[in-house]
Design a protein around this ligand. Structure first.
Ligand code: BG6
Length: 493
């Protein structure tokens, strides 16, 4: 798919090039793609931002960003591999900036362009509109695409407004909405595990699955992002996007083909099948909490309300557990428990498919029910792999069963580091493959479901949320939330 001829005379225009995302993710990813010969080194990267920088200062920033990312690098190699870097200083609402941009396109004979919005989201409208006004939304000489970062709106109404604006300027097949979880190698492996193997799929349904647990736990707090996080919380920061995408990939039917629209058609069907919450059901099916001070890796950390920029009466959740149902033939009646939180003891993302018990217990030790059920765990990060737990007879003249594990581990099997999500996503956007980007109807359906939860919370306004000590797996209420029918959270030791 990576025919580099398609990338002759191509530019990536990064709006917000002076920001954190560009430095930490975009530039190292672009460099890695050049280094591995996935994209040509004559590609132009044009930075568009407000600061008083010039081409040289941008080059220096890129160099530093790449060296900080840990990629192999020396100045000579960098100059040789990454020669085409240009800085354009302009406010986002200045039409002159866009005229200058079009002159650069002419001068450098650019035929194809990938716009990348790496700015705070309040600049999206202006930039998109101005690109349209300048007529730069469709370079007739080749292709024109736009990558839009999350957050894609802050609720259904704002997401729809953004959709409307973007669609005035770009066609759907030009729009690449990022959910960086889809760029993670192990997230893509969910589909490979399910649809490249014959043995799992027959079990992947309500007949055999008791419930599914999807956990994204983080040890970090809100850091310097309180301004953003206060109005976001886990529900908008993690649930509306990353977690709903993990759910869709886990629950979807096999696509007709592995192509952008076929895969996205199946994902959106799952999202549409989610049982909508009535306002009164929301509190029963969600559990929120907030971190208090505590210890992470033996270091004392502050509570959420003591973080800079957090209101002393904040009711923003830093922990969220939800119980959702996919009302279709495959999943009817199977609960999906989704949980995510900050300041939990371990950083891990996993999807656990817990299977039902055998119909009749024949052995003393409950046939693997209770403490050690049959579970297939897809570990997405950090130590990526897949694990199946089952019962085996303990050696000796007793009829006792012990839980054992069959395990596949990415690192030991393939002996390479798993690439950064952005490497794959930028490559795909350049080559026009939108499979790992969310489509308009997905984003809107995700917000429709999320908004109902938020509305339910608003109706039953909480004065305060339960708190949990940083470095623990949430308050007692979180454990009670999932309890019943031998269900409990899988907490990593
Ligand atoms: C981002 C959220 O989208 O994802 C952050 O805004 C979160 O709050 C991050 O920390 C988690 O991503 P990852 O790749 O570290 O699991």
């Amino acid at each position: 798919m990576t025919n580099q001829n398609n990338l002759e005379k191509t530019a990536i225009v990064i709006f917000g090039v002076t920001g954190d995302l560009t430095r930490r993710k975009l530039v190292p990813a672009i460099y890695e793609l050049i280094l591995n010969n996935r994209i040509p080194k004559n590609l132009w990267v044009i930075g568009f931002a407000r600061r008083e920088w010039d081409d040289q200062s941008l080059r220096d920033v890129f160099y530093k960003a790449i060296s900080e990312s840990g990629l192999e690098l020396d100045r000579k190699k960098f100059e040789e591999l990454f020669p085409n870097i240009k800085y354009l200083k302009s406010d986002f609402d200045q039409e002159n900036g866009y005229i200058e941009l079009s002159q650069i396109f002419k001068e450098k004979k650019i035929n194809n362009v990938l716009y990348y919005l790496a700015t705070p989201p309040d600049a999206y409208d202006t930039i998109i509109e101005k690109i349209g006004v300048a007529g730069l939304n469709d370079l007739k000489s080749g292709w024109t695409r736009i990558v839009i970062e999350k957050p894609y709106g802050s609720d259904l109404a704002t997401a729809k407004a953004l959709e409307e604006l973007v669609h005035k300027v770009f066609k759907e097949n030009q729009i690449y909405r990022i959910d960086h979880y889809l760029g993670k190698e192990t997230v893509q492996n969910i589909l490979v595990l399910r649809f490249a193997n014959g043995i799992f799929e027959p079990l992947w349904n309500r007949q055999y699955v008791d419930h599914v647990q999807i956990t994204v736990s983080e040890t970090v707090g809100v850091g310097t992002r309180a301004g953003y996080y206060e109005s976001t919380g886990v529900i908008r920061d993690m649930f509306q996007n990353h977690m709903m995408q993990l759910l869709a990939l886990t629950a979807m039917e096999a696509p007709v083909a592995f192509s952008a629209d076929c895969v996205r058609d199946e994902k959106v069907k799952v999202l549409r099948a989610l049982r909508p919450f009535d306002k009164k059901d929301v509190l029963k099916n969600t559990f929120r909490a907030q971190y208090a001070s505590g210890y992470i890796s033996n270091e004392r950390v502050r509570g959420y309300k003591d973080e800079d920029g957090v209101a002393s009466n904040s009711t923003t959740e830093t922990f969220l557990a939800t119980r959702v149902f996919v009302d279709n033939w495959r999943w009817s009646g199977v609960p999906f428990f989704l949980r995510s939180g900050k300041r939990l003891p371990k950083r891990m993302t996993e999807i656990a498919i817990q299977f039902k018990q055998v119909p009749l217990p024949l052995f003393d030790w409950q046939n693997m029910a209770g403490d050690a059920p049959n579970v297939l765990v897809l570990r997405l990060q950090p130590d990526e792999g897949i694990k199946l737990t089952f019962g085996a007879k303990l050696p000796g003249p007793v009829n006792q069963i012990a839980p054992v594990e069959m395990e596949f581990n990415y690192k030991s099997s393939f002996n390479q580091k798993t690439p950064e999500a952005y490497v794959r996503l930028i490559q795909d956007a350049l080559y026009g493959d939108a499979t790992l980007f969310t489509r308009s109807d997905e984003v809107i359906t995700q917000w429709t479901f999320t908004d109902r939860i938020v509305d339910g919370w608003k109706t039953n306004q909480a004065k305060y949320l339960p708190v949990y000590e940083s470095g623990t797996w949430g308050p007692l209420g979180a454990d009670q939330f999932i309890q019943g029918n031998n269900r409990k959270w899988r907490n990593m030791e």
